[in-house]
Design a protein around this ligand. Structure first.
Ligand code: DQA
Length: 157
């Protein structure tokens, strides 16, 4: 899929992440989502990959973006936010498109309330990064791009 074009990442963000910067800064830090998007775009340029960056407070919109990624996107990086702990619909959409996914959380959800310890995404993800703030998104981009480069080297030795 998508072998000649630049590899494409979809970076998805769930509810209330549009309020980063002012939202519980002791937990989520002081960066805004726009700051994180800028950092992701810079990292993507360095890695030579394309990114789509999207946030929604609505589960259905996130499901629709995942569905639209079919045959277009090579890796999904998702911070499902509160939907991490509730959304069978997002899990099913990720399974339906069968695109490798990395789950990212700004905070370490395992250090927090017990209801945050379960994720509907973790067991279907290639990897999970939690607790490293915005750097988690950048590490996820690096990891995905590294896997794609390794696949390309294997296919065209
Ligand atoms: C979060 C953790 C979730 O439990 C919470 O609902 C969020 C953000 C994080 O990035 O740490 O909204 O996904």
């Amino acid at each position: 899929m998508n072998t000649l074009m630049k590899k494409r990442f979809l970076v998805l963000n769930g509810p209330n992440l549009n309020m980063l910067g002012s939202r519980e800064p002791g937990i989520y830090g002081s960066l805004t989502l726009a700051d994180i998007e800028r950092a992701c775009r810079g990292k993507a340029a360095t890695l030579g990959v394309e990114i789509d960056f999207f946030q929604s407070n609505h589960e259905g919109e996130l499901v629709e973006r995942i569905q639209a990624a079919l045959n277009v996107v090579d890796w999904i990086i998702i911070n499902p936010a509160a939907y991490t702990h509730t959304s069978v619909a997002i899990r099913d959409a990720l399974l339906a498109v069968n695109i490798p996914v990395i789950e990212v959380h700004l905070s370490n959800i395992h250090r927090r309330e017990p209801f945050r310890h379960h994720s509907y995404v973790s067991d279907i993800a290639e990897g999970v990064i939690a607790g490293l703030g915005a750097d988690g998104y950048l590490f996820a981009l690096e990891a995905g791009a590294g896997r794609l480069a390794a696949c390309a080297a294997h296919e065209n030795p």
